[in-house]
Design a protein. Structure first.
Ligand SMILES: Nc1nc2c(c(=O)[nH]1)N[C@H]1C(S)=C(S)[C@@H](COP(=O)(O)O)O[C@H]1N2
Ligand SMILES: [Mo]
Length: 316
C-alpha cells in the first residue's frame, strides 16, 4: 500500500509547472514557437519555484497524469451521448469554427469573444489539475487556459453581480443527445459565486496536452473548477452572465436531491446512491485502483476561505 499522506506534502496538488504559452506560435509548429514554448515554461518554473515535472511523475497514483488517449475517449458530454465511449464518435461532424462566447449581464463592459479571441485575448498557462467526477472516478489532466479572473476584470462587473451563470451550446441539429434526452432542461447551465469565479484556480480551458481542446472535452472553451465535482466544469460555453441571484443549474433542476449548487468535492458527504469516500483512478486497466478522495479534491488551502460559514457534513 502506498502512503497517501506523503502526497499531501507536495506544496501544490495542482501544477508543478505553469507554462505561459504563446499558443499561436506553438500551433504554427515552428522552431521559434517551440523555443517560445519551452523558454516560457522554464521561466515560469523558475519564477514560481515549483517542483519539476520529473519529481511529480514519481509520486503515487493519484498524481500521475492520465494517458491522453483516455481523456480523449472517456467522456461525459450528454449533448452527444450518455455513453462515455460514444461521445468521441458523435462529435466528429460537429463544426465549431464560427464560435462566439458572449460575456454580459451585470457588467460595465460586455464583450463577445470569437474563436481566435479565446486563445489570444488572455495569456495562456498550462496547469495540471486533478479532476474528480461525481460518479466517483478521477483523472489528472494538463489543461491549457487562462484564469477566469482575468476575463472578469476586463468586463468590470457591477456591484450587484453576485453570481456567474455559464450556458453551453444546445444544438439539436448537431447534438444527438439534446434531441434524445428531451426531458432534460437544455441548455446545460452551471453557476458559481463571483468569489469562486475569481478564485485563481478557476480556469477557462482552451487546450490540453499541449494541443487545442478536443471537441469531446468541450471545445472551443470550457470551465474547469478543480475543487468541485466534474459536472460544474461546463463544456463548450456560449454565454457567461453576471447575475444577482444564485442561478439554477441543469443538474439542480433535473435531480435536486442529488446535485447541489456548490458541489464541492467532499469525501464525507455521500451521493444518495453511492459513497464519495474514494474514487476509481481512470488508468485504462480492467481493475482500476481506488484511492481515497480528498476534501476539496486536494485544493483545500486555496478554497476554504470561500466556505467559512458552511457545515462540511452537509450536502450543498
Ligand atoms: N455541456 C456539458 N458540460 C459538461 C458535461 C455535459 O454533459 N455537458 N458533463 C460534465 C461532467 S459530469 C464531467 S465529469 C465533465 C467531463 O469532462 P471530460 O469528458 O473532458 O473529462 O464534463 C462536465 N461538463
Ligand atoms: Mo461528472
Amino acid at each position: 500500500m502506498w502512503s497517501y499522506k506523503k502526497n499531501l506534502e507536495f506544496d501544490l496538488p495542482v501544477t508543478p509547472r505553469w507554462a505561459y504559452l504563446r499558443r499561436r506560435d506553438l500551433m504554427k509548429g515552428t522552431a521559434l514557437g517551440a523555443l517560445a514554448y519551452w523558454s516560457g515554461w522554464a521561466f515560469a518554473q523558475e519564477k514560481l519555484k515549483f517542483k519539476s515535472n520529473a519529481d511529480f511523475q514519481k509520486v503515487d497514483p493519484p498524481y500521475k497524469v492520465t494517458d491522453k488517449k483516455l481523456v480523449l475517449s472517456y467522456n461525459n458530454f450528454y449533448e452527444f451521448s450518455l455513453e462515455k465511449d460514444e461521445v468521441v464518435k458523435k462529435v466528429a461532424g460537429w463544426k465549431i469554427d464560427s464560435w462566439k462566447l458572449e460575456v454580459g449581464g451585470l457588467v460595465k463592459k460586455p464583450r463577445t469573444l470569437n474563436l481566435q479571441d479565446l486563445t489570444t485575448a488572455f495569456e495562456l498557462e498550462e496547469r495540471i489539475y486533478r479532476f474528480r467526477c461525481v460518479e466517483a472516478w478521477s483523472m489528472v489532466v494538463p489543461w491549457i487556459g487562462f484564469s477566469l479572473s482575468k476575463l472578469i476584470e476586463s468586463v468590470e462587473p457591477k456591484p450587484e453581480a453576485k453570481f456567474v451563470k455559464f450556458t453551453t451550446l444546445a444544438d439539436p441539429a448537431k447534438m444527438p443527445g439534446v434531441k434524445e434526452l428531451s426531458n432534460y432542461p437544455w441548455p446545460y447551465t452551471e453557476g458559481l459565486t463571483i468569489e469562486e469565479a475569481k478564485n485563481p484556480l478557476t480556469l477557462m480551458v482552451v487546450g490540453a496536452y499541449g494541443e487545442p481542446l478536443a471537441k469531446q472535452n468541450g471545445a472551443p472553451i470550457r470551465l474547469i473548477v478543480p475543487w468541485k465535482y466534474g459536472f460544474k466544469s461546463a463544456k463548450s460555453l456560449v454565454k457567461i452572465e453576471f447575475v444577482k441571484e444564485q442561478p439554477k443549474s441543469l443538474w439542480q433542476d433535473l435531480a435536486p436531491s442529488e446535485y447541489g449548487f456548490y458541489a464541492n468535492v467532499n469525501p464525507k458527504v455521500d451521493h444518495p446512491r453511492w459513497s464519495q469516500a474514494s474514487e476509481k483512478v481512470i488508468d485504462g486497466s480492467f481493475f482500476p485502483k481506488r484511492i481515497p478522495t480528498l476534501m476539496y479534491n486536494g485544493y483545500e488551502k486555496y478554497v476554504t476561505g470561500l466556505y467559512a460559514g458552511l457545515d462540511l457534513k452537509k450536502k450543498y
